[in-house]
Every structure is written in structure tokens, then in C-alpha cells.
Design a protein around this ligand. Structure first.
Ligand code: DQA
Length: 150
């Protein structure tokens, strides 16, 4: 049976490709999702790829992940820097969590250097654009399907 990974995207990430392209790149979220699907297929992972502008919906999805997926990859968007509710939800799930950001959040405004998600995450990938999601999937694959390690 293949393992399932929930890939969560927070606010404004639905606007990728039109949004501050010099920072986030020209790739759309649909293109990132397609690349993730191809990578997941190659590594026998199943993915559930979602985006919401609503903090409540993201919290609901994290709660529902308990018992139904084996790992979570999350780009919390701006909620990364504000949401104790998302941190609390992540602290309730007993599975590997990987934080992703398209941009290098440590190179930008000081308020972006603080991440509530990081304390719940196994690791953080930032600054590689959409490729970061693929790096996160590879890392997740090693964490939850170590038998597939090259
Ligand atoms: C982001 C970084 C956040 O600071 C920002 O609010 C985003 C996107 C990133 O992927 O680089 O919406 O999470």
C-alpha cells in the first residue's frame, strides 16, 4: 500500500504566476501540483494537494489528516508568521511535517524570519521556488518509505 502525503498551501498561493513574480517565480500552483504528482508517482507516494485562503480551513484539513495520511508538507504562506492555531493543529498530528517556502524567508523582511510552523516541522526548505516542493517530497519519501531510499 502506498503512503499518502497531504500538501497544504496557504493564502495567496493560488495567485502564483501573477503574484510578485520576481520573488515567487512564474510557475503557477497548478504547475507545481502537476510536478508534485509526477514526482509522487515516481516514488510510489499518493498526494492530496490543497490550497486555501482560510486559516480555519487549513486547521480543519490538518485535523482531518490524523489517521488518514502519513506526512504533511506545508507552505503556510503569511499564516506561517502569525498562526498559533495552525501550529497547535500541527502539534496534534503524529507524523513527519516538512515546511516549504518558495522564497528564502530569511533574506526578506524581518517579520518573515519568524515561523510558527518551524517548531512543529522536521525540516524546512526555502528559496528554491517550486523545486522546493519536489525536494520536500523526496525528503518525505525517505522519512515515511525508507525502503524506497536509493
Ligand atoms: C511564502 C513566504 C511568506 O512569507 C509569504 O507570506 C507567502 C509565501 C513563500 O512561499 O515564500 O505567501 O510562504
Amino acid at each position: 500500500m502506498s503512503s499518502k502525503v497531504l500538501i497544504l498551501n496557504g493564502p495567496n498561493l493560488n495567485m502564483l504566476g501573477q503574484r510578485e513574480v520576481e520573488i515567487y517565480g512564474g510557475e503557477t500552483l497548478a504547475e507545481i501540483e502537476a510536478a508534485c504528482r509526477a514526482r509522487a508517482e515516481a516514488t510510489a507516494l499518493e498526494i492530496d494537494f490543497r490550497q486555501s485562503n482560510s486559516e480555519a480551513e487549513l486547521v480543519d484539513w490538518i485535523q482531518q489528516a490524523r489517521g488518514s495520511v502519513q506526512g504533511i508538507i506545508i507552505n503556510g504562506g503569511a499564516y506561517t508568521h502569525t498562526s498559533i492555531a495552525i501550529l497547535d493543529a500541527l502539534n496534534m498530528v503524529d507524523m513527519p511535517i516538512i515546511e516549504v517556502h518558495l522564497s528564502n524567508i530569511f533574506q526578506r523582511e524581518s517579520f518573515r524570519r519568524e515561523s510558527y510552523i518551524s517548531s512543529a516541522a522536521q525540516g524546512l526548505i526555502a528559496g528554491f521556488g517550486g523545486t522546493g516542493y519536489l525536494l520536500a517530497l523526496d525528503a518525505m519519501n525517505q522519512l515515511i518509505q525508507p525502503e524506497n531510499k536509493d
